[in-house]
Write a protein that binds this ligand. Structure first.
Ligand code: ZN
Length: 78
């Protein structure tokens, strides 16, 4: 659900989804956690990648939310 909703500025489609920053934070954080586990158990350079993903997740949490058009894949800030 979104409180900021508008049509796509590129193709005027109304199939627009708003991804919250929490979604991106959890996505990056989950990927980072998985990579850390792989790094600990299997392949140590994955630790570095895992830390990078978690840093990115913290940055994505500070970023404003983004609208995305499902028709033309255009992304923009509401
Ligand atoms: Zn579009």
């Amino acid at each position: 659900m979104s409180d900021v909703w508008e049509t796509c500025p590129r193709c005027k489609s109304d199939k627009v989804v708003t991804r919250s920053k929490l979604f991106y934070f959890l996505l990056w954080f989950a990927c980072g956690g998985i990579l850390l586990w792989i790094g600990l158990l299997v392949f140590w350079p994955m630790l570095i990648l895992g830390f990078l993903f978690i840093i990115v997740s913290l940055f994505s949490f500070m970023m404003p939310r983004v609208n995305r058009c499902t028709d033309c894949k255009h992304k923009w800030k509401p």
